[in-house]
Design a protein around this ligand. Structure first.
Ligand code: OAD
Length: 236
């Protein structure tokens, strides 16, 4: 039997677009990372086996970008929802801007740039902050460290817990994602018929059934959505 909808729960599913206005590049927009880099060469287990130095350099650059970025008003508005609602942020982003904006319950499904893990034992995960990982950087058991990032072909993290949250949320906001990477993109279909469901983005290829599309920048539209919800109103 399906769990009951929790009237007090808001779930956010965010992607690179929410951090774009903080200066972090998206993946698939013009100027996006996958237009400059071949993802096969930097974001797969094969790439790691073939050229770990290149992979580490790619993610060291990403970490440096994150260290310079600041949360924007969209991240902050989402954190502000906690005043009234149980707020769960499911993010595909590897940056820490939701946390730095004050969100307490952030579920990273594609990993975290501020963490490293053993290349031989995925259970050994350590916080590295904004330090780089180099060839020769070792975990506690003496193996090479790799970024704590989900590469293509690897299993996403925390999927079940993310699914449970979206299934019980009364309000769901999808923001800044092209919804092109599965299984996470498929999570939005787990939201309930009777919940309020919105997508904020510059564009969407195909509006998913049951969702209202709010076209615009995250920094403009997300505060508007969050303020409406804080006042207990439906957005559209
Ligand atoms: P994408 O680059 O695929 O999509 C970014 C989306 O954000 C697009 O739909 C844009 O229209 C929208 N966007 C851009 N700027 C925006 C702004 N200022 N306000 C609102 N929306 C904006 O990024 P993701 O969907 O996050 O995975 O990509 C999903 C996954 O693909 C990433 O987590 C990453 C990547 O490969 C891994 O590395 C495993």
């Amino acid at each position: 039997m399906k769990k009951e909808i929790d009237d007090n729960k808001v779930v956010i599913l965010s992607g690179a677009g929410i951090s774009a206005e903080s200066g972090i590049r998206t993946f698939r927009d013009s100027g996006g990372l996958w237009n400059q880099y071949s993802l096969e060469e930097v974001a797969t287990p094969e790439a790691w086996r073939k050229n770990p130095k290149l992979v580490l350099e790619f993610y060291n650059e990403r970490r440096k970008d994150v260290s310079k970025a600041k949360p924007n008003c969209a991240h902050k508005a989402i954190a502000g929802l906690q005043k009234k609602y149980e707020t769960v942020v499911i993010t595909q982003n590897i940056d820490d801007l939701h946390e730095r904006a004050g969100s307490k319950n952030v579920i990273h499904v594609h990993g975290e740039i501020t963490k490293a893990r053993s290349s031989t034992d995925p259970r050994i995960v350590t916080n590295i902050g904004y330090e780089s990982i180099d060839i020769g950087s070792l975990c506690a058991s003496g193996s090479q460290l790799r970024p704590h990032i989900v590469w293509f072909g690897e299993e996403v993290l925390n999927y079940e817990i993310a699914r449970e949250h979206i299934q019980t949320a009364k309000r769901v906001l999808i923001v800044g994602t092209s919804l092109s990477v599965f299984p996470v993109a498929g999570l939005l279909k787990k939201a309930r018929y009777h919940s309020e469901k919105l997508i904020v983005s510059l564009d969407v290829d195909k509006k998913p059934y049951g969702y209202q599309f709010v076209r615009g920048k995250a920094t403009e539209m997300v505060p508007y959505v969050c303020n409406s919800w804080l006042e207990g109103l439906r957005v559209i």
